[in-house]
Design a protein around this ligand. Sequence first.
Ligand code: GDP
Ligand code: MG
Length: 443
Amino acid sequence: LGGSIARALSRMSNATVVDEKVLADCLNEICRALLQADVRFETVRDVKANIKRVVNLDALAAGTNKRRIIQQAVVDEIRRMLDPGKPSFTPSKGKPNLVMFVGLQGSGKTTTCTKYADYHRRKGFNPALVCADTFRAGAFDQLKQNATKAKIPFYGSYTESDPVKIAVEGVDMFRKEKCDLIIVDTSGRHKQEAALFEEMRQVSEATKPDLVIFVMDGSIGQAAFDQAQAFKQSASVGAVIVTKMDGHAKGGGALSAVAATKSPVIFIGTGEHILDFEVFEVNPFVSRLLGMGDLSGLVNKIHEVIMPNNQPPNIIGPQLVEGTFTLRLLYEMFQTLQSMGPLGQVVSMIPGFSAQFIEKGNEKEGQAKIKRYMTMMDSMTDAELDGTNPKLMNQSRINRIARGSGRLVEEVVHMLEEYKRIAKMWKKLPLPTNNRRLNTNRD
Ligand code: GDP
Ligand code: MG
């Protein structure tokens, strides 16, 4: 996705004359990429029209960096679409806050309920869970198990089949117990779809929640709008949570959910564990949607973990000022990564490192791989690491590195290929240093 947008923008930058056609081609490419990221057709059409309106052809023709102008317009447009214009209800302490979760079966409601409860408990709330899913066999057991593990009080029934009755009983009970955040989990499937929405309406009417949260799977794609709209019509949805953002999904469906419910995204789910839950932030989300890699998230993370004295992290290194991503820079990144503890989340935010580099759930192997790579790099000369001469790395040097590090020749070759792949990716990133280079050389 990012690749094709980057290609489109680069074609545009290379064009000597920027006319209607070049701009139209570029916009088409961007639209194709957005559709691939599950952004709804109508939304893509609007993005296109709005960009066309704000991007001035004359400014582009004279401008120093066309790429940046268009990219900024796309980013601004998507940010705007993620902003419904009003914040959602947020629970406040000392009040009996009631939150109801809705969404299709499998979207992640039950899992997310517990995450949401746990998140707020860490903020000082006293949460409780109510299982009003009487349709799915084992629904109560699942909630019970999650809640017990997280030590959160829960309510439900194995015998009662009326979800409204359970919801009301549970809410009453926890109100009496002075819980200040009562969370009602609901069913996501019925024999008849209409019956599901009717049930949501009844539970919502009987309990009068302060907030209804629509939970959606980040990969549902084009179906997101209708789904969100249907739930909005039965219970008045006021916020969205997008789950399974740890997978391949780009989450473009979130734009549709925001449009259909006129509510903001408040959290994202990034795994099955209770702590895989993050406050929604628009910048990383947009850069992920556009395939730009989440640099700001990475930098923040590094700040949190290893920069207590507020020194700027050296993850982007001095070499990149010249716009080259050297092996030495990669080595320095590895060093930083190694000092950061669990790799999974961090690594997935570095452009070029995602999925291919370290498989999810296989972080031990990832650590070992980084260590192997660093051992091989330790056998390189300064000139090789700094890449001052691109033709330098010949077979005899590769053999020497393999011997010196006690690794196989194939491993060195593979490491160099990986390096090239990552370096190529970094070259395309919208880094200020890359742009400076483009300004002088291309535009
Ligand atoms: P419900 O039917 O809406 O209540 O959905 P569940 O909470 O039962 O979740 C369905 C499946 O998705 C379960 O296997 C969860 O572990 C999984 N799941 C939920 N949220 C996430 C997430 O953020 N990431 C991943 N990878 N899996 C998730
Ligand atoms: Mg459930």
